[in-house]
Design a protein around this ligand. Structure first.
Ligand code: CO
Length: 136
């Protein structure tokens, strides 16, 4: 059986980075490790490591992406929780067998070789859950 090994990150959707950084970085004191443009997601992300996991501030960079529409509809706030798993294909098969609604039936692969997929919030009690399998 595939296993969840840790929380990798919590993603928070924001309209800009400056105001949220005044809270997350300046008030809470979490350092930003880097800010990166992710063209495939049409987003710019600030990474704030917190021990074994990270807070990601996700800012849409185009007006018509799924992220931009989500932000427009619901305003800023938590977007998803990401769990690292040891075997993403195994986990997706296991979830599917239990009737869990998946957004990605097959994992996508990032530029860094990370495999990832999303579980629909309808099946996860209102939380969008991302799964990661990091390259070995
Ligand atoms: Co994520």
């Amino acid at each position: 059986m595939a296993k969840v090994t840790r929380i990798d990150h919590v993603a928070i959707l924001v309209a800009d980075l400056d105001a949220p950084l005044a809270f997350w970085r300046d008030a809470l004191g979490i350092d930003v490790s880097h800010v990166k443009d992710i063209p495939t997601e049409m987003a710019q992300i600030a990474f704030l490591p917190t021990g074994g996991s990270e807070v990601e501030l996700v800012k849409p960079t185009t007006a018509d992406s799924g992220l931009a529409k989500y932000l427009e509809k619901r305003g800023p706030g938590m977007h998803h929780l990401c769990l690292e798993v040891d075997d993403i294909e195994g986990m997706l098969a296991q979830l599917k067998a239990k009737g869990i609604q998946l957004i990605n039936e097959q994992p996508k692969v990032s530029a860094e070789g990370k495999k990832y997929a999303f579980i629909h919030p309808k099946s996860a009690f209102g939380v969008m859950v991302e799964l990661y399998e990091l390259p070995k």
